[in-house]
Design a protein around this ligand. Structure first.
Ligand code: AVI
Length: 319
């Protein structure tokens, strides 16, 4: 290789270079939380007493699955965006599996290990054909490969939609809609606005699992990009933005410091108190979601809300 030819940078490296050189607020995408360590930490978060979201999602799914089955009728294909290990989906698949005929389940995820766990866990309930890809790329594959006349139910659970910026949500839903046929169904799980204390504690738990999840992003840059972040020189911080109705996670630099990232051959400066904004978790109202549905070409059919932790499962039909 000649001295002038540089090895191709990964998408992660390119995004880090861009996010850490932003004038004003430094940022990193929450998609990079989920390496093997981060995925395990996220699983631990879902078990924390403060993080009621996942349990609420599961409770509503278990409760609404039979009603949903009667609303949507026979279904042959279920596709899920960001399935993870498919823990919650089992209730839906059990309720939807036809007496006769087959149910195909196509989980889409960027984590190969999560897809493997999903196949092991749900293989006895449906025919699994997983897709190792980003959400929309995977959905395009599933849409291209589906058989004619097979009604499709698309799942997007766990309020993952809340990790998109509000201005990205409309475009995202339009792209989802463009891959569906009229009469297909979309089930989206959304975390609703609730008491401020509860929303903050969910992202700032008392034993520091969420802090470790956030700080792991620095460790991931050390492991994969040859960075020299000192994780102890950064602190986990959670902010509520009232006007945007979102919880933000940041990593705050505890002192003035310089970090070198060898694969980028570049150093980045941090002032004391300066932050890297790593995630937004938007909180919604049902009405707001219904507006998004109509604007993207969906008809909102019904929603189910958990009684303990305000969280809604919303069923929409593609128009
Ligand atoms: C995956 N996503 C919906 C989670 C959330 O609540 O925004 C990720 C998370 N971040 C911190 N805790 C959980």
């Amino acid at each position: 290789m000649s001295a002038s030819v540089k090895p191709q940078l990964s998408a992660f490296a390119v995004d880090v270079a861009e996010g850490l050189s932003c004038a004003g607020q430094k940022k990193l995408s929450p998609r990079y939380f989920y390496d093997d360590v981060g995925s395990k930490l996220f699983e631990a978060i879902t078990l924390l007493p403060e993080y009621g979201l996942t349990r609420a999602d599961e409770r509503v799914l278990r409760r609404c699955a039979p009603a949903m089955r009667s609303l949507i009728g026979p279904i042959g294909l279920v596709v899920e965006l960001g399935s993870g290990t498919g823990n919650k989906t089992v209730h839906m698949l059990r309720a939807l599996a036809p007496q006769r005929g087959r149910l195909i389940y196509r989980p889409i995820d960027v984590s190969a290990s999560a897809l493997l766990a999903c196949e092991n866990q749900l293989g006895s309930v449906a025919e699994i054909n997983s897709i190792h890809a980003d959400w929309l790329e995977g959905l395009e594959d599933a849409a291209r490969e589906r058989e004619p006349d097979t009604p499709l139910l698309l799942l997007f659970l766990g309020s993952s939609i809340g990790n998109l910026d509000r201005h990205e949500i409309s475009e995202f839903l339009e792209r989802v809609r463009s891959q569906l046929r009229p009469g297909d169904f979309f089930l989206v799980g959304v975390d609703l606005v609730k008491d401020l204390d509860k929303m903050i504690a969910a992202y700032d738990d008392s034993i520091g699992v969420t802090a470790a999840f956030n700080l792991n992003l620095l460790s991931r840059m050390n492991r994969q990009l040859g960075a020299n972040f000192d994780e102890r020189a950064f602190a986990h911080e959670v902010r509520w933005r009232e006007e945007e109705r979102r919880v933000e996670m940041h990593l705050v630099s505890r002192r003035r410091q310089r970090v070198f990232i060898s694969c980028l051959e570049r150093a980045f400066e941090f002032e004391a108190g300066e932050t890297i904004w790593t995630e937004s978790s938007h909180k919604f109202s049902e009405l707001e979601m219904e507006r998004y549905a109509h604007a993207a070409g969906f008809h909102p059919m019904k929603s189910w809300v958990d009684s303990e932790w305000p969280f809604a499962e919303m069923l929409w039909r593609a128009q």
